[in-house]
Design a protein around this ligand. Structure first.
Ligand code: NAP
Length: 259
């Protein structure tokens, strides 16, 4: 399918690995020039080279922490008027509500709520003026089905979701959509690191932990980041202009609710 976005520009946050990288690749495959960021330069440059070699689009790299004011300023200096914005960052650490300090909460809200809101605020009005824009917030399945031990994530991501819900219904008249894409378990470094931690805590082997996790999932497998990237790219396509304000669960059927 031609996504109809060839020649457009995109900022893809946190995109040297995992879901951000897969989204940048799918957008680049559709002919979009991408500006990607991550904190670590080596993986960022290697991903940029991989995307350039594969799709031939312009790839601009910004080594920065997107959760900081300076990081976002650098990103916007490299791509001041994107047609597409993919909000993404690492998630807050897991733990027990009892032990989270106010500082932990402030950090989670700053990283996973205020930071994406800030990038949306900086870009959405230009998109509306130009009559095209697509914003996808990579959040988490925990927005619809809050999970134990990740209360920091549950709270901050739900805050972002609520914060843009009415804006998404205003911007759509100017052909600017804002949606959340909510990953379940995808096979990324993050998922591997979590399984390694679980193995260390339980005495099971890494393979045993992953086998248990797969068996407990309706699809009996983890998601492939490429599936996620292509879905995000579709939400950025010309064909998705009538989808806005939605929070789309992408978890292989794990969430059992109707809506
Ligand atoms: P990942 O494989 O660990 O990749 C994270 C990417 O984000 C890396 O490129 C990392 O590079 C970059 N990054 C992290 N923090 C950053 C920051 N502050 N500024 C700039 N770049 C940053 O993670 P993932 O699995 O793709 O997860 C992406 C998001 O989806 C996370 O918020 C995660 O919590 C959420 N999520 C993932 C899953 C899943 O199953 N994978 C499920 C639910 C939710 P650097 O470290 O070099 O900065």
């Amino acid at each position: 399918m031609d996504l109809g976005i060839k020649g457009r520009t995109a900022i893809v946050c946190a995109a040297s690995k995992g879901l951000g990288k897969a989204t940048a690749m799918a957008l680049a495959d559709a002919g979009v020039a991408v500006t990607i960021c991550a904190r670590g330069v080596e993986a960022l440059e290697s991903t940029a080279a991989e995307i350039r070699a594969r799709s031939g689009v312009t790839v601009t790299t910004v080594a920065c922490d997107v959760t900081t004011d300076a990081g976002r300023a650098a990103l916007l200096a490299a791509c001041p008027a994107p047609d597409i914005l993919i909000n993404n960052a690492g998630g807050p650490p897991p733990g027990d509500f009892k032990n989270f300090s106010l500082e932990d909460w402030r950090k989670a809200v700053e990283s996973n709520m205020i930071s994406p809101i800030s990038l949306i605020h900086s870009t959405v009005y230009g998109m509306m003026e130009r009559g095209f824009g697509r914003i996808v917030n990579i959040t988490s399945g925990s927005v619809k089905a809050p999970l134990p031990e990740i209360e920091l994530s549950n709270g901050a991501r739900a805050g972002l979701t609520g914060a843009v819900a009415t804006l998404a219904r205003r911007s759509v008249a100017r052909n600017v959509t804002i949606n959340g894409l909510l990953p379940g378990p995808f096979n990324t470094d993050r998922l591997i690191a979590n399984a390694q931690k679980r193995a260390a805590a339980t005495g099971l082997t890494f393979d045993e932990v992953q086998a248990q996790q797969r068996a407990a999932h309706p699809a009996n497998r983890f998601g492939d980041p490429s599936e996620f990237g292509h879905t995000a790219a579709f939400l950025c396509s010309v064909h998705a202009g009538f989808i806005t304000g939605q929070n789309i669960m992408m978890d292989g059927g794990k969430f059992g609710g109707l809506l």
